[in-house]
Design a protein around this ligand. Structure first.
Ligand SMILES: NC(=O)c1ccc[n+]([C@@H]2O[C@H](COP(=O)([O-])OP(=O)(O)OC[C@H]3O[C@@H](n4cnc5c(N)ncnc54)[C@H](O)[C@@H]3O)[C@@H](O)[C@H]2O)c1
Length: 368
């Protein structure tokens, strides 16, 4: 019998990429997601149970029904400014619901968990690159709710058979190179998403928050990791725990950063669209630079990223954004972009897979 893996938040952006890779690797997958920001159509493998982690009875029944061997826990709320105005919802969804999940793991003897944590637990780091030993000093309820979840998992591991890999993600971007799934949450505000929206005329332009940082071009520097590599890190972490290894906390990034201005320039160059850019003041709490020291994840998990290239991240993001909304394919600008992207090797090399549910492959999409 194949190992059966529970993926909370598997209908979301990152979770759906991991579910796809788990399915391709032959794992049986059960996705538990309330579809608050996730979409059923993003779940390309396994069974989707639409449920909330706050519904303890339902969660308990899922554990009782399925013989689970491991849990991958993505489900969360993750908009940092929203967490400042609405902290209780963040502690409830991120910390209390993690407690619900760990209680079920404990009750049913599920002894392996991989947890989606974040560079936000480091707050405004004084030095770069950030190592796993850098002090954790989160500056908002989102970061604190995630750090509390880390503690909850670590303390339970100390007191039981539970073993964990906590992955602290840096800036996640890009999309499935086959264009089947990507960021579907229209509320997402990440830079590459915003720049793609501007290139596709969905937004009037992009804003740069702060041009007076102590960086070479004055704009903030971040470590962008392709979602496909992040997903493969989860599979490596799962195999690591399956092999009986000890718990770990690992940074997930490439160990190199790009400035906001540079990212925008690449989106303009790759899309061929010179969209408008407005420079505004810094946002409170935005550090000048945050990059990961990613040595440990490579050593411990033997993780070998395949998409460590900003242009590939931008190209797959743009490709997804075009495919996401079939209507926009009729737009002349989209047709031009499709012509440009058709020659992108990362797109061409991927074979389509059979797709479940509402995920429709239109002739226009297939042409890309
Ligand atoms: N996207 C990033 O750049 C980033 C960076 C660092 C860490 N993370 C972490 O990665 C994880 C996944 O993020 P994402 O970008 O895929 O976000 P997402 O919003 O696309 O995915 C979260 C998923 O969890 C589901 N969900 C939320 N609350 C739930 C609940 N109570 N019960 C059941 N399902 C629930 C949502 O419907 C959604 O499908 C989060 O834990 C987040 O903190 C993300």
């Amino acid at each position: 019998m194949n190992p059966k893996i529970l993926v909370t938040g598997g209908a979301g952006y990152i979770g759906s990429h991991v579910v796809r890779q788990l399915g391709e690797a032959g794992y049986d997958v059960v996705v538990y997601d309330n579809c608050s920001t996730g979409h059923a159509s993003a779940v390309l493998y396994g069974e989707l149970i639409v449920g909330d982690l706050a519904d303890v009875d339902r969660l308990y029944r899922v554990f009782a029904t399925h013989k689970l061997t491991a849990v991958l826990h993505f489900a969360a709320s993750l908009i940092a400014p929203e967490s400042v105005s609405n902290p209780l919802d963040y502690y409830a969804n991120n910390t209390r619901n993690t407690l619900n999940l760990i209680r079920c793991c404990d009750a049913f003897g599920v002894d392996k968990i991989i947890f989606s944590s974040t560079a936000a637990v480091y707050g405004e780091p004084a030095h770069n690159p950030v190592t796993e030993q850098t002090p954790t000093l989160p500056i908002n309820p989102y970061g604190r709710s995630k750090l509390m979840s880390e503690w909850l998992i670590q303390d339970t591991s100390r007191a039981s058979n539970l073993r964990h890999v906590i992955l602290r993600y840096f800036n996640v971007a890009g999309a499935d190179p086959g264009g089947r799934i990507g960021q579907m949450n229209l509320e997402a505000t990440h830079l590459i998403r915003a720049a793609c929206d501007a290139a596709l005329s969905r937004k009037p332009g992009v804003r740069i928050f702060g041009t007076d940082f102590s960086t070479p071009d004055g704009t903030g520097i971040r470590d962008y990791i392709h979602v496909e590599d992040l997903a493969s890190a989860h599979l490596a972490a799962l195999r690591y725990l399956e092999a009986g290894n000890d718990s770990q906390v690992l940074n997930c990034g490439y160990g190199q950063g790009y400035s906001v201005r540079h990212v925008i320039d690449r989106v303009k160059a790759i899309s061929g669209v010179d969209f408008s850019v407005v420079e505004t003041d810094r946002r409170p709490g935005d550090p000048a630079c945050v990059t990961a020291c990613a040595d440990r994840i490579r050593q411990v998990l033997n993780w070998q990223p395949q998409y460590n290239d900003l242009d590939t991240i931008v190209r797959t993001s743009l490709f997804w954004e075009i495919r996401r909304d079939n209507q926009t394919l009729k737009h002349p600008l989209i047709q031009q972009l499709a012509q440009r992207l058709r020659h992108a090797p990362v797109v061409a090399q991927v074979k389509p897979i059979p797709v479940k549910g509402q995920h429709v492959q239109s002739p226009a999409i297939a042409r890309l």
